[in-house]
Write a protein that binds this ligand. Structure first.
Ligand code: BGP
Length: 475
């Protein structure tokens, strides 16, 4: 990265999430997760097996070791630890214990996320999921249990992965159960509840006196107006509040600003829905947590460019990798456009590395309580081609993507922004939530028939980076 910056403590790592890699969906006493019962189109994936990390975790951790990585970000499947959301399953605990021990033995920092898009289905049956305060209480108990169980072994915890992605897909985009569309009020309410549960967990961790670090992970997409017109600028602000600012305020400032709430109301009003209730007692909990938060994780993949739009909502999600099929215009928000001069992935994610720097700067400048940032996900979905055991999988476009984004991270560090680690999404190929298995992200290619792993060109490139602490060129 940059000479002169002490990179010894910088955590180079890779990320995964339980449901996307583990498989073993009914093994070792595991209960069903909300993701297990979600309808996945026939043939695109076998999520019951996934990347079979359940049986291959040793190999996967040793592959990280070979690359010289210093940290592994993974997630606990709550239903593996507590099949019904309340009672402990010893075998599930042991599974994560083995992962944690193996990481520690190999000098890899284990960084679990408590909630990465999945919870026990039993809790949805019992309480209705995040909508219910009882579900929030159950999550707090689960978190407290995990803190106690792994105290002394886990030094970094992540409460929730991307509160907004899940809420957006559940209530606006309709790609996740309960698959509602255009329910902006419910979307903000779900984010509100997740911000609150996150805060309660942070406070509980600190009250118990643990000495590790605790943080949250946000999906941050940098939003720009398509032109300098007033209407486009306002559309960008509205989109930003929907995608970023509402939950940044809630978790990093501990208070929703008046401006944020005015924009939220504008979106909800435009859709004829009822403004959500912001309770002062909840904001006290949020503020207490924001002041004690040790770090924020940033997942950055793409930026968005907005123009003014006043029609009805129309969202066509490109989940096929057929470039140019994505449509996103939202009533009360605006329309996403794809500037012709900017590259995009086959899934229409606009590649804009500068958005990484701009977002890091924004988080640091606008939220003075933030004093430590990790890039917890960054990577490129690509249609990798396997051409035989003896041929290296050439994913040069991914290397180019990673390199450009890391250069922006280095720029941010030079500018004094406290970024303390970087995690590639993802360690190995895995299930992609709305795209099945055709969208690959891994440093390691997975042949899903044999579950054999093969290093891609990007894995060697990343290894060089971890060894030299300099961003290598693309050969
Ligand atoms: C993030 C999620 C990850 C992962 C990644 C890539 O939002 O935290 O779990 O899925 O995005 O997304 P996708 O697989 O949809 O391309």
């Amino acid at each position: 990265m940059k000479k002169g910056i002490n990179m010894n403590k910088f955590l180079w790592g890779a990320s995964t999430s339980g449901f996307q890699v583990e498989g073993g969906y009914n093994l070792g006493g595991k209960g069903l997760s909300t993701t297990d019962v979600r309808h996945v189109k026939e043939g695109i994936a076998d999520t019951k097996v996934a990347s079979d990390h359940y049986h291959h975790f040793k190999e996967d951790i040793l592959l990280m070791k070979e690359l010289g990585l210093k940290a592994y970000r993974f997630s606990f499947c709550w239903a593996r630890i507590m099949p019904d959301g309340h009672h402990v399953n010893q075998e599930g605990l042991e599974f994560y214990d083995q992962i944690i021990q193996l990481c520690l033995e190999n000098d890899i920092e284990p960084i679990p996320t408590l909630y990465h898009f999945e919870m026990p289905q039993a809790l949805v049956d019992e309480f209705g999921g995040w909508k219910s305060r009882k579900c929030i209480d159950a999550f707090v108990e689960y978190a407290k249990f995990c803190f106690k169980e792994y105290a002394g072994e886990v030094r970094y915890w992540i409460t929730i992965n991307e509160p907004t992605s899940m809420a957006g897909q559940q209530y606006v985009g309709g790609t996740f159960p309960p698959a509602y569309k255009d329910q902006f009020d419910k979307c903000f309410k779900a984010e509100y509840n997740q911000n609150l549960v996150h805060a309660r967990i942070v406070n509980a961790y600190k009250e118990a006196g643990y000495t590790g670090q605790i943080g949250i992970v946000h999906a941050l997409q940098t939003v720009y107006p398509a032109t300098d017109s007033k209407g486009d600028k306002h559309a960008a602000e509205l989109k930003d509040v929907l995608e970023n600012k509402f939950y940044l305020d809630g978790t990093l400032a501990g208070k929703y600003s008046k401006h944020t709430l005015a924009l939220v109301k504008e979106i909800i009003d435009a859709n004829g829905q009822q403004m959500i209730d912001i309770k002062p007692e909840d904001e006290k909990v949020l503020l207490k947590a924001a002041k004690q938060l040790d770090f924020v994780g940033v997942n950055y993949y793409f930026s968005k460019f907005m123009k003014e739009y006043h029609g009805d909502t129309e969202i066509i999600h490109n989940g096929t990798g057929e470039k140019g099929t994505d449509v996103n215009r939202m009533k009360g928000v605006g329309e996403e456009i794809h500037p012709k001069d900017l590259p995009a992935t086959d899934w229409d994610w606009i590649i804009y590395p500068q958005g990484m720097y701009d977002q890091l700067k924004r988080v640091y400048d606008d939220y003075p309580l933030v004093h430590s940032i990790y890039i917890t996900e960054n990577g490129m979905g690509y249609k990798d081609k396997f051409e035989g055991e003896d041929k290296i999988i050439d994913d040069t476009p991914r290397i180019d993507y990673l390199k450009q984004h890391m250069e922006e991270v280095a720029k941010a560090i030079e500018a004094g922004i406290p970024v303390h680690g970087y995690f590639v999404w993802s360690l190995q190929d895995m299930f992609s939530w709305t795209n099945g298995y055709s969208k690959r992200y891994g440093l390691f290619y997975v042949d899903f028939k044999t579950q054999k792993r093969y290093a891609k060109k990007s894995a060697y490139w990343y290894k060089k980076l971890a060894e030299t602490q300099e961003i290598p060129s693309i050969d």
